[in-house]
Design a protein around this ligand. Structure first.
Ligand code: DGY
Length: 319
């Protein structure tokens, strides 16, 4: 029997799987495990099932000890995991691709609709009990039919967002390290372009690339200036891909029309410049937040940990 440390609350289905084969030490408080407690608990662990709020770095791997075999991150994004440090210590690192694709694309499209149709503004107005009356020019937004969606990062979530855009009558362009499967590109009517062109032609830009040194502040003041003044920016990937300060300035000065954000540069903090703006929709990292998806993520992470502990190949190793 091995010892598995789970760094935060996860659905029971995942814990049951782990408990059936191993001794499980799971953090079950609603508050997040502090760093000191985390370092104390991982000592002697054979597997760590980690949440994206925990930093898995060399210090933690050292605190765990040489018997540690696997870090199973309960997220598709793994910028919280120092993968080279894991590799150097012979620890397998895994993530949870696939299972949160549709839920995250739903939130991306939800934000697109909320931002372009000013739903947040309307809701705030009613909740503030402001006087209002139907009017020809009251809270007019912008239609999606016939407009262009620019997708930055055309992996599974980008493609699922493109599929939704197609159903709304939008054209799709994308920027990605590589061409997607030609059959999928044809199905989606999606054309690969350079970032400059994407920014210039898109009415909505949706960010779906992974975060890392090469995508830090990929969207800054210069890129926002390159967008149409009528365009919207949506980010459901990772906060630091967008320079939040530059975005707040661009939204305030009308450089772009609006934005929808599910992720933030210094999560859980939200740039105070954004909080007072009407033309930005902000939600607290809800991309994968459905019962079904979170259960599937946690179960996949558990299966990854179990596979490695059995001596098998991980189901979804980070490559
Ligand atoms: C992920 O899995 O990376 C998501 O951000 C979680 O919602």
């Amino acid at each position: 029997m091995s010892r598995v440390v789970v760094t935060g609350k996860v659905p029971e289905a995942a814990l049951e799987k782990l408990r059936a084969e191993h001794e499980v030490d799971a953090w079950t408080e609603s508050t997040s495990i502090g760093r000191a407690e985390l370092l104390r608990r991982v000592a002697g662990a054979d597997a760590v099932v980690s949440l994206l709020t925990e930093r898995i770095d060399d210090e933690l791997l050292a605190a765990a000890g040489p018997q540690l075999k696997v870090v199973a991150n309960v997220a598709v994004g793994y910028d919280n995991v120092d993968v080279p440090a894991c590799t150097a210590r012979g620890v397998v690192a895994t993530n949870t691709p696939g299972v949160l694709t549709e839920a995250t694309a739903d939130i991306a499209f939800g934000l697109i609709l909320m931002a372009t149709r000013r739903l947040g503004e309307g809701e705030r107005l009613l909740r503030a009990k402001e006087p209002w009356k139907w009017g020809m020019f009251f809270l007019l937004g912008s239609s999606l039919q016939g407009k262009t969606l620019g997708i930055i990062g055309m992996g599974g979530i980008g493609q699922a967002t493109a599929r939704r855009a197609k159903a709304f009558g939008m054209d799709v362009v994308y920027q990605s390290r590589s061409e997607i499967d030609p059959a999928i590109a044809t199905e989606l009517g999606a054309r690969r372009v350079e970032l400059d062109e994407l920014l210039a032609v898109s009415d909505v830009v949706s960010v779906h690339c992974p975060y890392g040194p090469s995508t830090h502040h990929l969207i800054g003041a210069e890129q926002l200036e390159a967008m149409k003044s009528t365009a919207y920016l949506v980010n459901t990937a990772r906060g630091p891909i967008v320079d939040e300060e530059a975005l707040a300035t661009a939204l305030r000065s009308g450089v772009i029309a609006g934005a929808g954000l599910d992720v933030f540069e210094k999560e859980p903090e939200v740039n105070s410049g954004l909080l007072t703006l009407e033309n930005v929709v902000i939600v607290p990292h809800l991309g994968s937040a459905t019962v079904e998806t979170r259960t599937a993520m946690a179960v996949l992470a558990a299966e990854n940990a179990l596979a490695v502990l059995r001596g098998d190949e991980a189901v979804t190793p980070i490559r």
